[in-house]
Design a protein around this ligand. Structure first.
Ligand SMILES: [Zn+2]
Length: 83
């Protein structure tokens, strides 16, 4: 058994960050190169929450923590578009 995390660039600020792919907040992009849900970093998620206080939203406590590798479905890894 092992733990893993994903490394990607934040869809909002473009900084590299690590996250749990099953729990991280994401945004939907309609750009041709980066289509679909894209993860956002904790500072950007907190900033979004500040500007949208009317929306009930909480960041999962494990959103930016390593995840048990057995919890990640194999098709998530093989079908995920990367950028
Ligand atoms: Zn960000």
């Amino acid at each position: 058994m092992g733990y893993t995390f994903m490394l990607s660039y934040c869809a909002a600020c473009k900084r590299a960050f690590t996250f749990n792919p099953l729990r991280v907040p994401s945004i939907i992009l309609k750009d041709k190169e980066e289509e679909g849900n894209q993860p956002i970093c904790k500072p950007c998620a907190l900033r979004w929450m500040k500007y949208h206080p009317e929306v009930k939203f909480t960041i999962p406590s494990d959103a930016y923590e390593p995840v048990d590798e057995n919890e990640i479905p194999w098709d998530y890894i093989t079908n995920r578009k990367t950028h």
